[in-house]
Write a protein that binds this ligand. Structure first.
Ligand code: GLN
Length: 248
């Protein structure tokens, strides 16, 4: 089995080590006996993210989001929307997550178009929502997810998107409704930087399992010794006052 991973806008959308997610995906693929190739796709390029099995887009400040928003909507968007409907795995972090929604109204009143892949909108707020965050994931049966968030955009979900989970500590989507992230089919968006996958390997394997399944693969993911990852996860829970209280 071979999986192609598309990394959208690695030069512009890469905050707080988001590229680490690509490293985790490729490394875990090799541990699972899956060959993985990574294709980096920058603005203006003809390469098509929609032809990949997994597409990743990291976070970026409003300025970088402006640079990629139109490319994402017009060049990659139409095929990517169809791919999402066909079960392609997409992971968006923070600024990338916001652009998977319908639109992002920045704090200065500018409207950046999104791809509309996830039913959500983001509105720029006056306050930065920043700090360590822990979430009880709905998608992964209550397993905790930990990370670091830093955004002023507040995201509100429509009926077509489900929250990735409930905030245990931190702000999440908007600091108001207790939700964090969103998912629909195999598309997952979250505010968790960190990067998110090294400290939450169950999310990485969930995404890889979905990509394998979509390709009709019968390959069962292997048991990986995640002791280090679990230690990092536990340390992050400890930082937000949840040490020893949550078991995954
Ligand atoms: N620019 C967005 C915000 O502040 C996203 C920031 C990020 O990706 N960390 O809301």
């Amino acid at each position: 089995m071979e999986l192609k991973i598309g990394h959208l806008y690695p030069d512009l959308m890469n905050l707080y080590g988001d590229r680490g997610n690509i490293i985790v995906l490729t490394r875990r693929c090799s541990w699972h006996g899956i060959k993985a190739t990574v294709e980096e796709i920058r603005t203006g390029e003809e390469k098509r993210a929609a032809e990949c099995d997994v597409v990743f887009i990291g976070g970026g400040q409003d300025r970088e989001q402006k640079q990629v928003a139109w490319d994402l909507r017009d060049r990659q968007g139409p095929a990517l929307r169809a791919a999402a409907a066909d079960g392609v795995v997409i992971l968006g972090i923070c600024g990338g997550y916001q652009l998977l929604g319908h639109e992002f109204r920045t704090g200065t009143g500018e409207v950046l178009p999104g791809t509309g892949i996830l039913d959500l909108v983001t509105v720029g707020g006056g306050k930065r929502l920043i700090g360590n965050i822990a979430v009880a994931s709905d998608l992964l049966g209550g397993k905790t997810l930990v990370g670091f968030e830093n955004h002023s955009g507040k995201t509100y979900l429509g009926e077509g998107a489900k929250p990735l989970g409930k905030v245990l500590a931190g702000y999440g989507n908007n600091g108001e409704d207790g939700t964090e992230g969103a998912y629909h089919r195999n598309v997952v968006g979250t505010y968790l930087h960190g990067s998110v996958l090294p400290k939450n390997p169950w999310l990485a394997d969930y995404l890889l399992a979905k990509a394998v399944e979509r390709r009709g693969g019968t390959l069962k993911l292997r048991e990986i010794d995640d002791q280090l990852e679990r230690t990092a996860h536990a340390a992050a829970l400890h930082q937000v006052g949840l040490g020893g209280k949550m078991e995954n």
